[in-house]
Design a protein around this ligand. Structure first.
Ligand code: SAH
Length: 452
């Protein structure tokens, strides 16, 4: 029997999707050890013992796995962002592929064909968005960066390897502004102080930059000076926005934006189309990889020109608009008003005339469309992590599309929903994992379902 503080030698034979290596003791107890890799033999110290599993800490590598590499970030394991910087990208892709397969087979009970994961060409500096909290170090200094694992302590980060280098310049200018003006950092405990988050977005193709400060109030003292400082260092600065969030909440953005400089939005390109992106609108964080995800979705949608296409959870309209020329009619549904306005604008600037967008809750909109007699041939679903409701799946099944293309950022809810679809007569034909988020625990998937 394992006991706390035991030191044992363990072969690491699998990995959790959150980044822990897992080994088994001779009696079958699973031992979870962060910072280990499949193929390691390690001496580990037991920290906590449960009935069928235990947690341990790596003490010493006896034989390192061939998949190991030297982590290339000084913040690694201090910040809660990356979990796979200590193994090769190929090994990371294998873990992600397995995560999707396990979820679909075990949670969904679905037997289907799995394609290999589509790897990201860039594993560094691929993100076009950052939301960085401000905090205070124990000595009273200002920190800016990421929350540590399972905590709200802000780990200071001067340059994140997942972000474009221009974000570092924005952070540097902001630090200098804080130093010069002494603006107070928001304190989550007391609800006092001003600066809460720095939110940055970058259009990779257009080279347009949006900087947004989330403040507990309406704005900042010496705002003009801040804008001048940003403009001096960042010739590609397109807009500066102040977002007002006075609530005691860990939701980052408040409901009100004020444009302090420029247009209030940026634009970028995806699959040859141009898109307007407002601060509240969703936009894929790994642009180049989103094109590969959409190409797979497009292949699954298999449009011939005569179809009605329903794009649920459409954001700024991206997936549907990139397929609009291949169908008769596109209907997009999205709950965020600004995103719907962006989607309508995006259809117009790309000369797409067969699209309409509804600002509504997806299940309610689907119900309404069904009652109006709309019968889409293909439905695209791209919900947030929590997935779809059984009600929405039922409504879609009643509309009887030939195909459903399900894009998901959470394999567990995807698996649950594929099971519900199966019960409604939709069989999963194929699942393709797509790595949108190298070095982190997240993996995207796209699944094709057909009516049986
Ligand atoms: N397909 C888009 C956006 C996907 S993200 C793209 O690839 O860019 C999921 C989107 O669902 C977000 O834009 C979010 O605002 C929207 N959303 C969240 N809950 C919703 C709901 N209940 N009804 C409709 N849209 C919702």
């Amino acid at each position: 029997m394992l006991k706390k503080n035991d030191i044992i030698t363990l072969d690491i034979t699998s990995a959790t999707s959150e980044g822990s290596g897992v080994g088994r003791t001779p009696d079958g107890t699973a031992v979870f050890v962060p910072m280990t890799a499949i193929g390691d033999t390690a001496r580990v110290k037991i920290l906590k013992v449960k009935k069928t599993y235990a947690f341990a800490r790596l003490e010493e590598l006896v034989t390192p796995s061939p998949a190991r590499i030297e982590p290339d970030c000084p913040q690694y394991q201090k910040c809660g962002g990356c979990v796979w910087r200590h193994i090769t990208y190929a090994a990371e892709c294998a873990v992600k592929e397995q995560k999707v397969r396990d979820a679909v087979q075990r949670i969904g009970g679905i037997s289907t064909s799995f394609m290999p994961v589509i790897p990201s060409q860039r594993t560094c500096r691929y993100r076009n968005k950052a939301q960085l909290p401000f905090g205070k170090s124990p000595d009273g200094g200002v920190t800016m960066g990421f929350y540590a694992f399972h905590s709200h302590r802000v780990t200071d980060c001067t340059d994140c390897a997942l972000q474009p280098t221009v974000f570092k310049t924005v952070m540097d200018v902001t630090r200098e502004f804080i130093r010069l003006t002494g603006v107070e950092i928001y304190d989550e405990q007391t609800g006092r102080g001003r600066l809460r988050h720095l939110y940055i977005r970058y259009g990779e193709i257009t080279d347009e930059l949006m900087v947004c400060y989330v403040v507990n109030g309406n704005g900042l003292k010496h705002e003009d000076m801040l804008i001048q400082m940003l403009r001096r260092e960042l010739p590609n600065l397109k807009t500066v926005v102040f977002n007002s969030n006075r609530e005691k909440t860990n939701v980052i953005l408040g409901s009100k934006n004020r444009v302090a400089y420029g247009s209030g939005f940026i634009t970028d390109e995806l699959c040859g189309l141009r898109f307007k992106i407002s601060p509240f609108s969703f936009w894929q964080v790994n642009r180049a990889q989103a094109e590969r995800l959409y190409a797979k979705a497009r292949e699954y949608a298999c449009l011939g020109g005569s179809e009605v296409l329903l794009d649920l959870y459409c954001g700024t309209g991206t997936i549907g608009l990139t397929m609009a020329k291949d169908c008769k009619q596109l209907i997009g549904v999205e709950i965020i008003e600004d995103a719907v306005r962006d989607a309508e604008h995006n259809a117009a600037v790309n000369s797409i005339c067969n699209a309409r967008f509804m600002c509504a809750d997806a299940p309610q909109a689907a119900q309404r469309l069904k009652e109006e007699g709309v019968r889409p041939d293909v439905v695209i679903l791209d919900p947030p992590r929590k997935g779809c409701s059984p009600g929405l799946i039922q409504t879609i099944a009643q509309m009887a599309p030939k195909r459903v293309v399900y894009v998901s950022c959470d394999p567990a809810t995807l698996a649950r929903d594929l099971k519900d679809f199966a019960a409604m007569g939709y069989q999963t034909q194929e699942v393709t994992p797509v790595d949108m988020f190298p070095r982190t625990a997240h993996v995207e998937s796209v699944a094709l379902l057909t009516r049986t």
